[in-house]
Design a binder for this molecule. Sequence first.
Ligand code: ZN
Length: 452
Amino acid sequence: MLVRNVDVGGERVDVRIKDGLIEALSDHLPALDHERVVEGKGGALLPGLHDHHIHLNATAAALQSVHCGPTEVEDEQQLIAALHRNPGGDWLRGIGYHPSVAGEIDRDWLDKYGPDRPVRIQHRSGRMWIFNSRAIAVLDANIPDDGRLVDGDVLVRQALGSQRPDLGQLIKKLLSFGITGVTEVTPGNDRLDLEHYLRAARPLRLSIMGGEDLHAVDGRHAANIGPLKIHNHDHDLPPLSALTDSIKKAHAHGRAVAVHCVTRAELMLSLAAIQDAGPSHGDRIEHAAIADAAAIEWIKRLDLTVVTQPHFVAERGAAYLRDVDRDDLPYLWPLKSFLDAGIRLAAGSDAPFGDCNPWKAMASAATRPEGLEPHEAVTAEQALALYIKPVEDAGGEARIIEKGATADLCLLDRSWSDARNVLAEVSVRATWISGEMVYDSISSTRPQSSAV
Ligand SMILES: [Zn+2]
């Protein structure tokens, strides 16, 4: 395939894709017989984007769920309306609930105001489900009397049966953003999940984190296995020695670790444990939502990779300004500080907890909202770089368009110089994975007449 007239690094060029690679790149390439030609219209041709932190099953389920929190739902009346909008007898799954909407709702609240069907609503943190009485009756599981179940994902999954959602709609959406690969980071991922993702998330490139069950996966799927995901919580932190041991064990199996760190305490404990275990290439800190200068210096000393969510300051800005400890606000979601310190940095959506549109996230990285450390903004190029790191190495160098590179690509509707100041408005015209056009909104493609 020949992609004509595209913007690569500010130059107008033609690009030939063959056998999954960029075979040639030059200011003019004549079309070969039988070659498909795509007119790029001067749009930027970029490396395919990679979402370095996503929960696929939960995001697919969220596409079929009712949004129960800001900004879709702001108060109690809106929540009640949202819960009754789509009548039906089967499960209603709500997501994104925040107490700013109607306080700490429980089983009684849902019974009184919700619809007459099994209802379960997830708190925005992702860590609590709230059930109504009909749901509790159906589930036949050990749900607390008030219907509020904390950290009960495994229990819910067992009770509901282990059906995994169809990922088709989500994958199409990701491809349409120019995403060519994702890192699936759900801590509970086991071998069955691995098989499910490999089957259901095609054609995306995949790196799959998960639990210790994935330590011993070998053979043809070994390349898809990502770090051990470690998910600690402030209210229930493990002893340092236990954490250190699980890190050592993962390293002994040739796996890096990826540790969820949202609070100061989680980050400090995780850094101490990685230091004790001895850091290994590819070890990651997920989120690093609060990191002061000392923490950043420590992360640098251990040469860890940070995977951040630049869009959270835009999506949750008002709630942060209200809820986050004043002393922590200056260190909330650093971005430029990480780059200035030379930290290996990549980004991911954390969907369904954040929007899975990487262009909105890049826009937010380049323009921080008022009151949330605007000096942490980065350039559009630095924002893009966070989404084009190698699939298997979020801390590596950003991929580039060059001869011989794997043809994982996306073509924008405008040149990079036109895109860089309006990243949220960018739309993707085509996406390629391994040279296959996997998303195509270009109608003007045609076979070469000379070839027929
Ligand atoms: Zn996550």
